[in-house]
Design a protein around this ligand. Structure first.
Ligand SMILES: [Zn+2]
Ligand SMILES: [Zn+2]
Length: 303
């Protein structure tokens, strides 16, 4: 089952060195989510051949331009392409005002329903759930209200082992119990252990997106054990003072977070334009957390 993250943009503030501001496509079981939408995102999506029309939910971390200035363009393109399927945007409460003002001053009446769900900048909370996934927002420490997001795959039902149940007289309730991992009692009064009649589904995976934050170790408890962590690494350790002043993190701090949280893999992103070459940032992170990678644009990472 698909669970992957494609990097669309991974630079901070200014587009530079061929890198674009923050945006990612998270694909989970055939559904496509967009996380942040910096300027240029719709063109980059096209460049990387992402089917934009498949995006049904967009998650915005905060209202600094490098995370959402591409949104109005994308929303308008959907309109011009005669989109009719609904779109929901999760983000800071003021985002709705900004977008609705832009649309109304242009007398644009969207062909498709657009919904907003406000994130709470102060608490960890569930913002979206369907049969496959739960998405949580979590408070970050930045100059303005900012949240990260955690995508958690749900525990999937166990699979019936067809050869093991062959010839057994089982009721629909028995099958349901088996899928839910329960033991069953068949019509002849016999007790059957679940593990003998089913095959395991799979271990649910999770992805944590942490952009634009001061390093704060307490966060590690919330994202603990994530299979993949994207953490901003705006600066290198030699500019730790600058990182603190601007409420950002360093590459080393991102790696420390990955280590504290016991994640499997770390992606570094949100790079300052002062770095043309990103290898030194990677080396710095790897000295603390070896399973670190640069979030290179266009690359797809499996969760
Ligand atoms: Zn930013
Ligand atoms: Zn910011």
């Amino acid at each position: 089952l698909q669970f992957e993250v494609q990097i669309i943009g991974s630079n901070s503030a200014v587009a530079e060195h061929g890198r674009y501001p923050t945006s990612q496509v998270v694909s989970i079981h055939d559904k496509v989510y967009l996380v942040d939408c910096g300027e240029g995102t719709q063109l980059r999506l096209k460049h990387f051949k992402v089917k934009r029309s498949r995006i049904q939910r967009i998650f915005i971390s905060h209202l600094h331009g490098d995370h959402y200035f591409g949104l109005i363009g994308l929303l308008t393109t959907f309109h011009l392409l005669q989109r009719t399927s609904p779109l929901t945007i999760y983000g800071p409460v003021d985002l709705q005002r900004v977008i609705e003002l832009q649309l109304s001053l242009g007398s644009t009446n969207l062909h498709y329903p657009l919904h907003f769900v406000a994130t709470d900048p102060d608490k960890f909370q569930l913002v979206f759930e369907d049969e496959d996934v739960q998405v949580f927002s979590l408070p970050l420490i930045h100059r303005i209200n900012t949240t990260g997001f955690v995508f958690k795959e749900k525990v999937l039902p166990r699979k019936i082992n067809k050869s093991a149940v062959e010839g057994m007289q089982l009721t629909p309730e028995n099958y349901q119990d088996l899928r839910e991992g329960k033991d069953i009692c068949s019509a002849d009064g016999q007790h059957h252990q679940n593990a003998r009649l089913t095959l395991s589904g799979h271990v649910p995976r999770s992805y944590a997106f942490i952009s634009d934050t001061l390093f704060h170790p307490e966060l590690s408890a919330i994202i603990s054990g994530a299979d993949l962590l994207y953490h901003e690494a705006t600066f290198m350790n030699e500019h730790a003072g600058r990182a603190k002043e601007t409420f950002h993190s360093t590459s080393k701090q991102a790696a420390e977070m990955a280590k504290l949280a016991g994640v499997k893999k770390l992606l570094l992103g949100h790079f300052s334009s002062k770095y043309h070459d990103l290898e030194p940032l990677l080396e710095e992170a790897r000295s603390v957390f070896p399973a670190s990678y640069i979030a290179r644009e266009g690359e797809i990472f499996q969760v």
